[in-house]
Design a protein around this ligand. Structure first.
Ligand code: ATP
Ligand code: MG
Length: 209
């Protein structure tokens, strides 16, 4: 922890969870915008192991998703990856991941970055009150999900919990992993939707066909 006169400055750490099947420019642009706006020292991408809301057989093996994240973040010195969730047996719950980061970096202010679609569902997240006690949640805008809907989804939360959530408008990148998978399956181009190295990886390994 750095001390600056009478102020104590906590290291701000960004965390971005996701299935990343595959990672694309929507994830990367959102993470970079949050890094800049919240002066985050790093953003750690955390590919999910067995996502609780997605049946196992529909998600690509973790080894591929991790490899694609590594390729995608290699050009950004502020981006890192944690394989914590893929190594942990059982379903991946964000609250467990945050508790683990809190244990590993007790003096960091954790900023969990998530898209507008996911923020709207917070009340349904596993142990969400505990989760919001562990981090500041940065809800980034996502094309197709209005800011109003996002804010409306938070009204039921109560003032104290709402204070733990920041809404951050980011440049819209209207792409999703599902769309990329569907485009590969139907032979449509995915160029310019995700980093070239990730595109090459997908074709080299015959993913999503
Ligand atoms: P899928 O279509 O398989 O659900 P996805 O594109 O939504 O994939 P995820 O891995 O589910 O990607 O998302 C990880 C996180 O990134 C979530 O918080 C999600 O809201 C956010 N996110 C994904 N795509 C975008 C985007 N284009 N802009 C902003 N945030 C995004
Ligand atoms: Mg998604």
């Amino acid at each position: 922890m750095r001390t600056n006169g009478e102020f104590t400055v906590k290291m701000r750490l960004g965390l971005m969870g996701g299935t990343f099947d595959p990672i694309h420019y929507g994830h990367l642009a959102a993470a970079e915008a949050a890094r800049y706006e919240f002066a985050l020292a790093k953003v750690v991408f955390i590919p999910a192991g067995q996502p609780p809301h997605k049946p196992e057989q529909t998600v690509s093996p973790a080894v591929h998703r991790v490899a694609m994240v590594r390729l995608a973040i290699s050009s950004n010195p502020y981006f890192e990856i944690s394989t914590m969730e893929v190594e942990r047996p059982g379903p991946s719950y964000t609250v467990d991941t945050l508790a683990e980061f809190r244990r590993l970096c007790p003096s960091a202010a954790l900023h969990f970055i998530t898209g507008a679609d996911a923020v709207a569902e917070i009340p349904a997240w596993h142990r969400f009150e505990e989760l919001l006690g562990l981090c500041l949640l940065v809800g980034v805008t996502r094309p197709g999900h209005s800011l109003e809907d996002l804010r409306e989804g938070l009204t039921g939360l109560g003032a104290e919990l709402r204070q733990r959530i920041r809404v951050l408008p980011v440049p819209g990148v209207a792409v999703s992993s599902s769309e990329i998978r569907e485009r590969v399956r139907t032979g449509k181009p995915i160029k310019y939707l995700l980093p070239e190295a990730v595109e090459e990886y997908i074709f080299r390994h015959g993913l999503y066909i």
